[in-house]
Design a protein. Structure first.
Lengths: 195, 195
């Protein structure tokens, strides 16, 4: 039992440490040796937990996905459905700001780096996007029912555009290292929501 | 003179062919040997034109930038400033559709792959984003002056959000290989423009 617990801790340590170098350098530019170096585990121990680099990359994505879904669920705070969506977007901005817009969004990075070449990676990224869009769509549909959504598009379309605007805004702020870019995108989202 | 012309053609051949593999595999995963293989030029000839891989990558970005600015200048077609912006966005959608959403946007890819680690790359990407935003801002400002822009945000902010939405929408469609994602983003942009 203690051994299992230690194994779980090692696995989690590998995932969290590898996440940091994947954010900084991307998947292709990170080697198994880089992972061994930063995690400090032996090659044998690494291969005990993971079949190879692709397996580690996938497990990191799944780990971040789980964390993001939890973060997302707690981010829809506010008195009205539109306020909940606006605050959720704001929470993502605060997260990016904490990291000084370095690293960006791991899913966005992986989407651009891997989605044409690796179907296992793109499946995880697709499921993250779909869940995120569905959550926003849920609140926008409530707003539409309550006649408090005044843009002339369907809640599903608007939800998709909001996710796209945030991902694109993260990209802009990452390139310029200027928080105003993502901030301006949020202002436009808020205007569309009437918030 | 003939030699110069031949040299220019070789340089251009290297740029166009390397662009295709950079779109597919990214910068880090493309080696000098890959470039020699796909271009068919000798190592000596390659190094005659470029100092190294970073130099080729930058020259490819500059080449695509020049092409994109020309494309952009010709894309603002329509009777009103808002129609011009909407049609320009539509033209970018058609380009992505032609490529079946494979490869995505080279600037977006490079932004996510290189902007934290390579200041020379991020300078080019920043100049592309700034020019694109400025062009849209120009037409939205005309629309604002003519009282035909009905969103309650500044033209500059809206221009930035439009570029972000397109980049994010390209990312979504690239992951899902479903044109509906970028298409829905365009519908929302058009609704914001009252088009």
């Amino acid at each position: 039992m203690a051994q299992t617990k230690k194994g779980e801790m090692t696995r989690d340590h590998i995932l969290k440490t590898t996440r940091a170098i994947l954010m900084a350098n991307g998947f292709h530019d990170t080697s198994i040796n880089d992972i061994i170096k930063v995690t400090g585990v032996t090659k044998g121990n690494l291969y005990y937990h993971f079949a190879g680099k692709e397996d580690i990359g996938l497990a990191v994505l799944e780990d971040v996905k789980e964390e993001f879904f939890k973060f997302l669920a707690e981010s829809f705070i506010g008195d009205t459905p539109c306020a909940k969506v606006a605050n959720s977007c704001q929470a993502i901005f605060e997260e990016q700001k904490k990291n000084n817009f370095v690293g960006g969004c791991l899913f966005g990075n992986a989407a651009l780096e891997m989605s044409d070449s690796n179907p296992r990676f793109s499946k995880v990224i697709r499921s993250v996007c779909a869940h995120w869009i569905r959550e926003i769509d849920h609140y926008l549909s409530l707003a539409k029912e309550g006649h408090s959504l005044h843009v002339n598009v369907s809640p599903g379309m608007l939800a998709k555009a909001i996710v796209a605007t945030i991902e694109g805004g993260i990209m802009l702020s990452r390139v310029t290292k200027d928080q105003a870019d993502l901030e301006d995108c949020l202002t436009v989202i808020r205007a569309m929501l009437g918030e």
